[in-house]
Write a protein that binds this ligand. Sequence first.
Ligand code: ZN
Length: 174
Amino acid sequence: MSILKVARMGHPVLRQATPLVDPSEISKPEFQRLIDNMFDTMLEYEGIGLAAPQVHEGIRMFVAGVAGPDTVLSPIVIINPEIEPIGTRIDEDWEGCLSIPDVRGRVPRAAEIRVRALDRKGQQQTMTANGFPARVMQHETDHLDGVLFLDRMKSFESLTFIEEYGRYWEKSDS
Ligand code: ZN
C-alpha cells in the first residue's frame, strides 16, 4: 500500500481533460495497484472521493466511498464515466476537495443522475444515484474534465474556511 501525493489547486494536471481508459489496461497489475493506492490515499486524507488527476494520473477514473455504519456510498471504482441527469431538479449543498484543502463552498448539482461506467474488472455498469452520492460522483467526474468545484459555484458568498464552516455552518446545514 502506498499513500500518493495529492495535487493541489494550481497544479496544471487538475485542469486537463483526461483521455478514456483503454479497457485492456484495467486488468493489469499496475492499474489495479493504482486503484488500491487511490483508496489508501483517499482514506488517509479522509476524503470521500478521489480522481486520478488528483494523484497526477491523467486518466479517466475515480474512486469514491466511505466505510462504516452510516455508509451512504459504498466503496466504488468508476472508470470512463458518462453521467446524465435524471429530471431537472438541482440541489445546492456543501462541498470540499482534497486538492483545495480547508475550504468549503455551496455547489449546485443535479439531484439525481444515471451513471454508466466500467468497474475495476472492466465490466460495464449502470447505476442511478441521488443526493450525496450523486453529488460526489458529479464532483469527481468534473475532475476528469479539468473542472473544480469552485467553477460550479453560483456565487463565492458561501466560500468558507473549514474552521468557520464548523463554527457557523455545519449545524445549520439543511
Ligand atoms: Zn475534488
